[in-house]
Design a protein around this ligand. Sequence first.
Ligand code: NDP
Length: 285
Amino acid sequence: MTTVTARSVVVGVVGRPISHSLSPIIHNAWIAAAGIEAVYVAVSPPEDGFAAFIAGLRGGGVLRGLNVTLPFKPQALALADDTTPRAKAAEAANLLVFQPDGAIWADNTDGLGLLSAFASQAPGFDPAAGPVAVLGAGGGARAAAAAFLAAGAPEVRLINRTLSKAWVVATLLGPKASAFKLDDAAAGFAGVNAIVNASSAGLLGEGSDLPFDAAPSTAVVMDMTYKPLLTPLLRDAQAAGLRTVDGLEMLIGQARPSFEAFFGRSPPPEVDVRSLALAVLGADA
Ligand code: NDP
């Protein structure tokens, strides 16, 4: 175990609510195994106090960096001085680094996490092999759509409860993106290579009611939600014979590049952070 001292580097995650976050479990396990003199904390400023909170962190004397989760991701991007193209494409930042000169650098590693989850749980999956359907039109959906397009997907279909929001995102993403209403999910699923759920609610009841039979049998289905690990949506997809990828693997996948940004080195690969997170989730491995 790493001892926290007066010299310890402090990093963390900011969100509201935050007590559910698994990021401290993951990062502190990596910090301990790497023998870095650091600690990863969880913080939750008032929603209307986020800008003031971030302003107080400029210069890095308090915190070296922060992961950002709901509801602060769009605001985090807006407050940053330097932003990566993928954070701009997602219109949301999940990672801030406070530079010694006072500048704030923002990135979005959700797309990297998503693709690494597909790589680890759906071996052989090729993101460039066909169209992708993304459920939702928020920051998670934008990050997923942008990551798939950057990885060579020929087409991304945003399927959302509110069609107009899906069109706004599709228009920003360019000619390879289109929009569908949730009621027309069957049309959106036709011929897809992958289906990603980036919708935050409404699909957690008894069943997902999604028309998985409209998708090819080769399609891989991913749910960003990981509570429960096997969501009703993933259960329905498996019942339809489709391969699935879970949201916990994405969470771990987005944490890796965050750790690299904080500490300038990769997390120790020997630490089984998935088992640690599952123990906290109370889910079966
Ligand atoms: P946003 O709040 O930005 O977007 C939410 C989306 O969900 C909107 O498109 C909204 O549709 C849709 N939605 C909300 N309620 C319903 C409903 N009842 N029925 C249908 N659609 C609904 O959230 P984010 O994009 O930031 O995050 C989405 C989810 O992904 C969250 O659960 C988040 O925790 C998870 N996530 C997981 C990550 C991981 O590492 N595993 C990383 C990032 C996100 P509308 O436009 O109609 O309002």
